[in-house]
Every structure is written in structure tokens, then in C-alpha cells.
Design a protein around this ligand. Structure first.
Ligand code: NAD
Length: 258
């Protein structure tokens, strides 16, 4: 994909990015396309979607790389592989996550630990490896993690997932503090309800859609591109002085009841 000259001000031309969880039709894919449109080359990580990831990587001037974040060491190895393929790394978008919808009474320690491994330990390892490469490169960098409004809004049946997302907010603040002097910013985006593969089974459920809409002041569900816009800003030169924060992208959902 040729970079859009209208997006030159973002400073993303020629930047090297890794986006995780981009093999599905969701926020990762939209973020990869947005970065490529702004001129970045993007390594596309996937779990088990080799064809979709390869096709996306071709559009984004990068490579497709597989990794299962439930496997210890896989996230760190992925960053190193991406940097070898791209010749370095300027931007990390840690987007992949697993959703476990189960009440507390039915959630086992193993399930809880698996969710923390994929949603929290993997982004930690991704960020640590990316930061080491960015420091060595000497030109700073951008780390953006995808959290959730569950970071602040608990939901019944999401004890493992909600805990992992709450911890993501803390991780971002810790990393931001440690990396600020190196010109590496670390931020998160917190999506509300976005129509993606993660909730695709419910897209045709009129009751689910109506309930969600009744909670969203903007009166529409979110699209992956809504979140990609915030990621693009946090990955760009425009956000050079923004670090340690979480940008909510939820159409006002989290304002309800406040
Ligand atoms: P999605 O299903 O398209 O993306 C999730 C990705 O994570 C998938 O590509 C999946 O393959 C990958 N993944 C899952 N388990 C993995 C593992 N073990 N190892 C490696 N990769 C794994 O859904 P999405 O909505 O685009 O989700 C992207 C991010 O947005 C996630 O962090 C999710 O928690 C967050 N989010 C989504 C919503 C929403 O309403 N869609 C709301 C809040 C937060």
C-alpha cells in the first residue's frame, strides 16, 4: 500500500510496526491498515489465520508472523522476528487478547492464569523486547496496548478478562515511566463495544444489539476503524508528549452511571 500524502504529518512514513492479533477481522487488522495507509510497514501477527494474515501483510508492506501467546517465550520471540524482518522496530501495537466469559464460581485457576498469560504477560514481554530494540535504535518509539472499558467497568462473567485489562492500565503507567527518558511513549486505548470477530456470534442478536445501544450515548456500536484512529494518533508524531494514559473509545458508554 502506498502511503497517503495527506497523512504525512503523522510522521509514519517508513516506520516499522508490529501489530498483534491482526489475522482476524477486528481492531488489529484495522490498525495495521491505518498504519500502512500512513506509510508504515507492518508485521502482522496472527494466532491461526495464516491466509488472512499473509494477505494483510502484503497490503501493509510487511510480513505475517504466527505466535500463540499462551506459550511462554512466544511473545518475545515474535518481536525479535518482526524486527529482523523489518530491519528494526519503531511501533508496537499489542492488540491480541482472549475473552473468557464465565462466572466466578466456574472459573478455574488454570483458566484465570491462561487469560493473564495471553492478555497481560504477553503484552509485558512484547513491550520489554520492543523497548530494548527501540532503545538500541536511539530514535524513541511508540508502544500502544489495547485494553478495554472493562479496565474500569467490571462486568459479570468477566472476572479473568476484566482483571487482565485492569492490570493493563497499570502496566502502561509503569512502562511509560521507565521509558519516557528514551523517547518511547507507552499508552493504551480502551474500546467499548466494537463489532469484531470477538463478538461476531452476537451481531445478529437483536436483543444484544438493543441492550448495548441503550447504554451508548452515541447511539451506535463501534467499528474497528473507530479504535484504529486512536491507535494511529498514539503511534504518530502528534502524540510525542502523551504517555502513560489510556484513551477511551466507547461512544460515551463509560460516562453512563457516572
Ligand atoms: P478479535 O477477535 O478480532 O481480535 C483478538 C485477536 O487476538 C484475534 O486475532 C486472536 O487470534 C488473537 N488471540 C487470541 N488468543 C490469542 C493467543 N493465545 N495468542 C495470540 N493471539 C491470540 O477481536 P477484537 O475485538 O478486534 O479484539 C482486539 C482487542 O480489543 C483485544 O485486546 C480485545 O480485548 C479488545 N477489546 C475489544 C472490544 C470489542 O468490543 N470488540 C472491547 C474492548 C476491548
Amino acid at each position: 500500500m502506498t502511503g497517503d500524502p495527506g497523512l504525512a504529518g503523522l510522521g509514519l512514513a517508513g516506520r516499522r510496526a508490529l501489530v498483534t492479533g491482526a489475522g482476524s477481522d477486528g481492531i488489529g487488522r484495522a490498525a495495521a491498515l491505518a498504519l500502512a495507509r500512513a506509510g508504515a510497514r507492518v508485521a502482522v501477527h496472527h494466532l491461526d489465520q495464516p491466509e488472512a494474515a499473509a494477505a494483510l501483510a502484503e497490503r501493509c508492506g510487511g510480513v505475517a508472523l504466527q505466535a500463540d501467546f499462551a506459550v511462554p517465550g512466544a511473545a518475545a520471540a515474535l518481536v525479535r522476528d518482526a524486527a529482523v524482518a523489518l530491519g528494526g522496530l519503531d511501533i508496537l501495537v499489542g492488540n491480541a487478547a482472549m475473552l473468557l466469559r464465565k462466572p466466578l464460581s466456574e472459573t478455574t485457576e488454570e483458566e484465570f492464569a491462561r487469560v493473564q498469560a495471553v492478555n497481560l504477560a504477553a503484552p509485558f514481554a512484547l513491550a520489554r523486547e520492543a523497548a530494548a530494540l527501540m532503545r538500541a535504535g536511539g530514535a524513541g518509539g511508540r508502544i500502544v496496548l489495547v485494553s478495554s472499558v472493562n479496565q474500569w467497568m467490571p462486568n459479570p462473567g468477566l472476572v479473568a478478562y476484566g482483571t487482565s485489562k485492569a492490570a493493563t492500565g497499570g502496566l502502561v503507567r509503569q512502562l511509560a515511566l521507565e521509558l519516557a527518558a528514551d523517547g518511547i511513549t507507552v499508552n493504551a486505548v480502551a474500546p467499548g463495544t466494537i463489532l469484531t470477530d470477538i463478538n461476531r456470534a452476537r451481531h445478529d442478536d437483536a436483543d444484544w444489539v438493543a441492550t448495548k445501544l441503550s447504554l451508548i450515548p452515541a447511539n451506535r456500536l463501534g467499528q474497528p476503524g473507530d479504535v484504529a484512529g486512536a491507535i494511529l494518533f498514539l503511534a504518530s508524531d502528534l502524540s510525542a508528549y502523551v504517555t502513560g494514559t489510556t484513551v477511551t473509545v466507547d461512544g460515551g458508554l463509560s460516562l453512563m452511571g457516572s
